[in-house]
Design a protein around this ligand. Sequence first.
Ligand code: FES
Ligand SMILES: [Fe+2]
Length: 472
Amino acid sequence: MTIADRPAPGDARSPGISFQELLDTDTHEVPEVLREESPGYFGSHDMAAERYTSRAWHEKEIDHVWSRAWQFACREEHLPDVGDYMVYEIARSSFVIMRSAADTIKAYWNSCLHRGRQLKDFDGHCDDEIRCPFHGFAWNLDGTFKQAPADWDFSTLADRVAEGDFQLPEAQVATWQGFVMINPDLLAQPFEDWVGDGAAHFERWDLASRYVEAHVAKVIECNWKISQEAFCEAYHADTTHPVTAKYIGNSNSQIDVWDNCSRVITPAGTSSPMLWYDVDPDEMMRAMLDTRVDEETPFDIADGDSCRRVAASAARDRWRPIVGEVADEWSDSEMIDNFDYTIFPNFHPWGSFNRIVYRFRPNGDDHRSSIMEVLLLSPFLGERPAPAPVHWLGPDESFTEAPELGMLGKIFNQDLANMGKVQKGLETSRKGAVTLSDYMESKVRWLHHKLDVWIEAGEQDGAANGEVAVEL
Ligand code: FES
Ligand SMILES: [Fe+2]
């Protein structure tokens, strides 16, 4: 297919070999979830730069999105024992995610009911109570009030405890694929409805049985959407990561959107259609393995064979000792392709063996910086290893200073070179808007479409009720 043959907007596809055509060459059975196509067209209009640069947008997102959306807070494995807790922060809000009983995880608003000090400053463990460090008010692990020092001086306290006033307020909690999800809005739809059919895609990949092998975090000098959108399309990869064009079909990616779930599937072992020359299989393999010019590649590709098939076979050999028969059952595609899912608004669990999970969020209350986190979820043999602690990279540290990321560190550094510069460029922009492609950047359009829907609904609710459902 050539550019001239390109279908009308709304059903556009990149020219070249499509992901679906590559699936036709797979040596193993391809699961239905990869055969599914669900393109979305959200218009061809420009979008205002102020979405990324203005304080007003940040406030709208706090009022109508972060206060009402399901969010990835931590993994279940971060809370192995009763009393273990993690502090999860989003914009101005903070929650204590606690295993309050062997089979129960709760999310408490991180604020003391005495004079409001945050209850927990760091991740940790409570033996049998949550005690505020300021004056010592204490709660049981299930959030019921336990005791206050000198309680004789609070004449109404006993009555108010009896009325339930001093129960620690909670957010909604759900668990899915080993992830602990929270929603501050007690009226929000259940998480399984939120994620919808997207959940079924992961049943096969079973991320619950993985462990956090690496967890790297860094403050990025740009709005959270700029960080997130640097990883929401593969269109940039031919230019920002030019070496990948030899072995990844960046501009042949398939983009699917559903309600609160979307994905970009980027095929590997095939070159980008944006290259002006053919890449022979050996050269493709060299690029894929980052092989130096004076080194031999460890794999021979026979005449007529493909880099894609040989790479998938090598991946099977690598995973077989750990995952067993699955390595010989799953498709070539699942062995080597990239399945970058996004669950609105900011949670990115990748499918199959790629192992990546991203989370992007505002850096506290600052709309001009964000926190980018990368987790690698790996299969394991025997007892589950402890999750890797968060490795915070400092302002002057790049991703290659997190060796646990392997080759990804180099790739992320190339993205890092753009993100802060996008913020600066948008703030000085005379045009005052961004122009997005119809299909390749449709996942970015989807995010903004969803934000518009939530903000509009929230503002209407607020106008009708005189306030929003939950204030952060
Ligand atoms: S603020 Fe928590 S005990 Fe006083
Ligand atoms: Fe990138």
